[in-house]
Design a protein around this ligand. Structure first.
Ligand code: ZN
Length: 425
């Protein structure tokens, strides 16, 4: 999702206009975005109204507080595709917006971010775990079972759909196929089940594999990525090309490989582990927002959420870039400690990517601890995303970079999953 974007290719402009008219079914939606994204919206003269501003606290890579101005406005959803693409061009990062059911829903989200101090102050019912690393034997026994070939074959399967756009039949089929594949992986495990989360306003469903905890089944650890993809052509027609090999087939493939090893090794967590393929991320975090909101409304106890969005492109001077705005510091530090324990040669740095740059922001907005390890520092990441060129050849047809994120995610799942209850005071 968040990433670098070269100048818009000549073939794109007419497509943008074409896609604007193609989605004649456009409906006004309420959107929240940061000031930078709003400036892009204005520069593109995208129609909008009912603008209001709110200030929330976020954090920099150096963990100093940053005051972000968030803008709530109403715009036709076809304008948002244009915003999403233009924002990449101008800001070298993702569209950075969240779509809401109503103005009230947008205000609630912003108020929740203010209340939760951009991810630092968690909701009362969320268990704050001890981030002690004490499952070395189990983690070290499982890490060697992770296979690059498995990750690469999942990426090549997902990128073989013309696209996985959240609004069309192909995108819906990609979700159903993923659910069927996960059900096969869970076969034989009575403590594992697969379900699909049906969203209110679009056909693509999110997919959830639930591995029930044996000691504290109500304490949930989430590992997620988004299963949808986007490009101007995909917005235009179901045959439009949006392979999304890195964005975000790589994240889905990475978490699926962790899931495969845990299921097939017979690992039994104390807490419940949930692996989630979110729908509709590219259109404003639609799927993850609805899921995080429903978990909060049901009073569910999410102990931590990890986002895997783009893990395959070895773009930069580091191996793992911990995004630190709209995330939780304690859990980010835990991930850094897991990396130095289980990936000692990995170069880990911190960076920021702005408001709503991926699904972790949906959990943060509900007061749950969320983190987002990313493939490269912003500006050094995959420049081909959101185009027909986001294919495995752009990361050397190799999962060598992605498997590092599988190792980190497996260590996260086992070290958090094997404990239960709050940290000792
Ligand atoms: Zn993405």
């Amino acid at each position: 999702m968040p990433c670098l974007r070269p100048a818009l290719p000549r073939w794109l402009a007419p497509t943008l206009l074409a896609c604007a008219c193609a989605t004649a079914t456009a409906a006004p939606v309420w959107v929240s975005m940061d000031e930078a994204a709003y400036r892009v919206l204005q520069s593109q003269r995208l129609d909008h109204d009912a603008t209001e501003r709110h200030v929330v606290t976020a954090f920099t890579a150096e963990r100093t507080a940053r005051q972000d101005t968030l803008v709530i406005l109403r715009a036709d959803d076809d304008q948002l595709h244009r915003l999403s693409l233009a924002a990449h061009e101008a800001l070298h990062r993702c569209g950075g917006f969240m779509v809401h059911e109503s103005r009230e829903d947008a205000r609630r989200t912003v108020a929740a971010l203010q209340q939760h101090a951009g991810g630092e102050r968690l909701r009362a019912l969320a268990t704050v775990p001890s981030y002690v690393i004490d499952d070395n034997a189990q983690v070290n026994a499982l890490l060697p079972q992770l296979q690059e070939t498995q990750i690469l074959s999942t990426i090549s399967k997902l990128q073989s759909y013309s696209n996985r756009y959240y609004r069309n039949a192909v995108g819906a089929k990609a979700s159903n196929d993923l659910a069927a594949g996960w059900a096969l992986l869970a076969a034989g495990r009575s403590d594992a089940s697969v379900s699909q989360f049906t969203h209110r306003n679009f056909p693509q469903k999110s997919v959830i594999l639930n591995l029930r905890g044996s000691v504290a089944p109500d304490e949930i650890v989430v590992i997620g990525g988004h299963l949808d993809s986007i490009s101007p052509n995909a917005v235009l027609s179901p045959t439009g090309k949006a392979p999304g090999a890195d964005d975000d087939a790589s994240g889905i493939a990475t978490l699926q490989e962790v899931m495969r090893v845990l299921l097939q090794s017979g690992y039994q967590p104390a807490r419940t582990l949930q692996f989630i393929g979110y729908a509709g991320e590219e259109a404003g975090l639609l799927g993850s927002k609805e899921i995080a909101q429903s978990y909060a409304a049901q009073g569910r106890n999410v102990v931590g959420a990890l986002q895997l969005d783009m893990t395959a492109y070895p773009g930069g001077s580091s191996d793992i870039t911990l995004i630190s705005d709209y995330t939780n510091t304690a859990q980010d530090n835990f991930l850094a400690a897991l990396a130095s324990t289980y990936l000692p040669s990995a170069r880990v740095v911190r960076d920021v990517c702005g408001y709503a740059c991926s699904d972790h922001a949906s959990w943060t907005a509900q007061g749950f601890a969320a983190s987002f390890p990313f493939e490269a520092p912003l500006g050094q990441d995959n420049p081909h995303i959101h185009t027909p060129k986001d294919k495995p050849v752009k990361f050397g047809n190799s999962a060598a970079h992605a498997i590092q994120f599988a190792r980190l995610a497996l260590a996260y799942a086992v070290e958090l999953g094997s404990d239960s209850g709050p940290a000792a005071r």
